[in-house]
Ligand binder design. Structure first.
Ligand SMILES: C[S@@+](CC[C@H](N)C(=O)[O-])C[C@H]1O[C@@H](n2cnc3c(N)ncnc32)[C@H](O)[C@@H]1O
Length: 715
């Protein structure tokens, strides 16, 4: 189609209007002004940064003791910051626009330019999409590429590439705009401004880094100095320690000990002696005094420990035969400390959870005892007396130490069994047995001392135990009394010296002699044989007994069980307690049956429990080993029968016997002597009040008088 001339003219006019120079100029000028405005703002910012950086640099250089760094050197080599904003307008002249266009642009956009600058300021302050931010973002995004890409900035070489960051990715953006494409030359200049901007920032960063480094260095120097001082002090201390600890410990001579007779030796001095001797014993060959034996040192150690902790020296001497010197000291130390208070939930009346909640409501702080106990609660704090709460009075729990639960767990009685608790008062273990048997079967709770059995009866009532019969016999005679009524299980929680529970009864320290301990062991042997004899080895569920004591002495534990092994047809079986230390299989010159390792010992210093011993024994037959022993035993039994006709004293209260029993109850020891015990040749501690008093006095006297350090030591 061919257009008419008039139409063509009209088209020409339209085209002219569209491409009119004034239109183009105005459009171009507006764009240019805006761009220039933006750059001017950038340059102003760059200038102020340069000032700040220069000031910071001055400060740094002034404070730095270090020579100018290579980076600083590079900074100095860099060209100065770009000229002020006027330069940018003059550079605009060189973009090829005509003078007329420039004037038009200047006139028409002078207001716009100012506005653009203001807008830039605003957007800069608002932090949205401003050049600075975008340049920072870009910087960071470029950072990684930097080492690999060639640098495009004209102010630095490749050498600077590692630390300078050009605004590479700004250019493509600018090239997108028509005006910016015209400003390629400007880019060189103003791009320099941008680059300067970056350089300034880098300068700032570096100065900051330098400042940080210097602070770090300062701190490091201080730290080094402190370390040096500490090292010197430690070395000095070590020298002193070595001097002290490698020094020979000279035992006090007899004269020195005698001179010290009336001197009250301060505990610190005793402790120091103890420590020194322990150190010598740990390195005996090197540190002993020439000519002195190990025994002499151990003896002297025992005397110091006895004096420091208030024991009869012979007891400490005994502990030193059982434990290493350092462990003996530990045992003695821990024996003085009270054990945690523990209660056992009476599951015949309540559940542990309910009990715990009830006590917590009363302000009691408690925790489950241990993983091995489903019923124990450890009391850490209580605003109310634990032995007098409504829960206690209602029989929801029993005060019972952790260790004393172990013999019952080891016996593991079953419901409906026939069980004998040979020395039961005050019934802590009896009630636990009843609980495990769910109040079924029958338990004979025997104890020689009727006064103590009153407490057993009261406890059974309080705890709601209904399967217990109490009686007051000498345990040694029970085998005869129950010859036709044997038991599925027997618990012999034997009367003992109490050397495992010293914290409860510190009088043991001065009232127990080794002779007492040996006498008690004798009684224990007799009670154990009697316990085995009343045990029904044919029991379908049991034929098992437990022998336990709250003593740590070998006399009362391994020796007793070993004796029974030789006299009866029994074997030691596992206690099924997964804690505790194995019993001794050897002690000094003695060798016990290897199965003694199946017995368990509990220690204050190891288990934070009372000192306890538990042996689980299975009866194999009624056989009595060694004819002589059998004859001797039946003779003994006959003699006992003659001298002490036993009556059934299952009823605990009896007015007629009350007086005599009262006398017995005054005995300080758990071990009660049966009537006419002397004739029975049973070695038990003295019974009469006078004798007891005399003995206590003697022991106390000997404890006070026996100043260990005064004891004669062979020079
Ligand atoms: C360690 S206590 C028993 C504690 C008890 N099993 C408990 O858990 O509550 C030892 C008991 O043995 C008693 N006893 C002493 N000699 C005895 C004997 N020849 N026959 C029976 N019991 C005796 C004492 O009266 C004492 O109550």
């Amino acid at each position: 189609m061919v257009a008419a001339p008039s139409d063509f003219r009209l088209l020409q006019i339209i085209v002219l209007l569209i491409v009119s120079p004034s239109f183009t100029v105005e459009f171009t000028a507006a764009k240019l002004k805006r761009t220039m405005g933006e750059r001017k703002a950038n340059i102003q910012k760059a200038g102020s940064r340069a000032k700040t950086a220069a000031a910071a640099k001055k400060t740094v250089l002034a404070t730095s003791k270090k020579p100018t760094s290579s980076r600083q050197k590079k900074d100095e080599d860099l060209p100065p910051p770009p000229p002020p904003a006027e330069t940018s307008s003059s550079s605009a002249d060189s973009d090829g626009s005509s003078e007329e266009e420039q004037m038009l642009t200047n006139k028409s956009t002078s207001h716009k330019r100012n506005k653009t600058i203001d807008n830039n300021k605003e957007s800069s302050s608002s932090g949205d999409d401003n050049d600075d931010e975008s340049s920072e973002d870009e910087d960071s995004s470029d950072e990684e590429d930097y080492e690999t890409k060639p640098t495009k900035g004209k102010f630095f070489s490749d050498e600077n590439a590692a630390w300078l960051k050009p605004k590479e990715n700004k250019q493509p953006k600018k090239k997108q705009s028509l005006i910016e494409s015209d400003d390629e030359d400007d880019d060189d200049e103003f791009g320099g401004g941008d680059n300067n901007d970056v350089l300034m920032e880098n300068d700032e960063d570096e100065e900051d880094e330098d400042e940080e480094e210097l602070e770090v260095e300062r701190q490091s120097r201080l730290l080094d100095a402190r370390h040096r001082q500490e090292a010197e002090e430690a070395e000095e201390e070590l020298r002193e320690t070595v001097a002290t600890h490698t020094a020979m410990y000279i035992l006090p001579t007899r004269e020195e000990l005698e001179r010290d007779v009336d001197r009250v030796v301060p505990p610190s001095e005793l402790k120091s002696h103890i420590e020194s001797i322990l150190e010598v014993l740990a390195d005996f060959n090197q540190r002993r005094e020439p000519g002195r034996s190990r025994k002499e040192y151990v003896d002297q150690l025992g005397l110091f420990i006895a004096e420091l902790y208030g024991y009869l020296p012979e007891l400490i001497e005994y502990f030193l035969t059982m434990f290493s010197p350092s462990e003996a000291l530990e045992f003695v130390e821990y024996s003085d400390k009270p054990r945690p208070m523990v209660i056992r939930t009476n599951t015949l009346k309540t559940r542990r959870k309910d009990l715990a909640l009830a006590l917590i409501k009363r302000g009691v702080s408690l925790d489950p005892l241990a993983s091995w106990s489903k019923v124990g609660l450890k009391i850490s704090e209580s605003p109310v007396p634990i032995g007098a709460t409504p829960e206690y009075l209602s029989g929801h729990y029993m005060l019972q130490s952790a260790a004393s639960m172990c013999p019952v767990l080891a016996l593991a009685p079953q419901p409906k069994e026939r069980v004998l608790d040979m020395s039961a008062a005050p019934g802590g273990k009896t009630s636990y047995l009843a609980q495990l048997m769910r109040n079924t079967g029958v338990i004979f709770a025997n104890d020689l001392r009727p006064d103590r059995q009153k407490a057993t009866v009261a406890n059974m009532h309080r705890l709601g135990v209904k399967n217990v019969v109490t009686c007051t016999h000498d345990g040694r005679k029970l085998s005869r009394l129950f010859s036709n009524y044997k038991f599925d299980r027997v618990l012999l929680d034997a009367p003992c010296s109490g050397l495992g529970v010293i914290s409860r009864d510190p009088s043991c320290k001065v009232q127990r002699t080794i002779a007492d301990v040996k006498k008690t062991a004798h009684l224990q042997k007799e009670l154990l044989l009697a316990a085995i004899d009343v045990l029904n080895h044919k029991s379908k569920t049991g034929g098992i007994m437990v022998y336990s004591t709250c003593s740590v002495s070998v006399f009362e534990n391994e020796e007793v069980v070993d004796y029974a092994l030789k006299k009866r047809d029994i074997k030691i079986i596992e206690t099924e307690l997964d804690f505790g230390t194995p019993g001794f299989t050897r002690y000094q010159q003695q060798r016990f049956h290897p199965s003694m390792a199946k017995t368990r010992r509990f220690y204050p210093h190891v288990h934070n429990m009372d000192g306890f011993f538990v042996a689980r024994i299975q009866k194999l037959s009624d056989k009595i080993k060694g004819e002589d022993d059998t004859t001797k035993q039946s003779k003994e039994e006959g003699e006992m029968e003659k001298t002490e006709p036993e009556k059934d004293t299952t009823k605990v209260t009896s007015k007629g016997k009350g007086k005599k029993r009262k006398e017995r109850s005054k005995q300080p020891l758990d071990v009660a002597e049966p009537k006419k015990a002397k004739k029975e040749k049973v070695s038990v501690p003295p019974t009469s009040k006078a004798e007891t008093k005399k003995k206590v006095e003697k022991n106390t006297k000997s404890a006070k008088m026996t100043k260990p350090r005064r004891r004669k030591v062979d020079a």
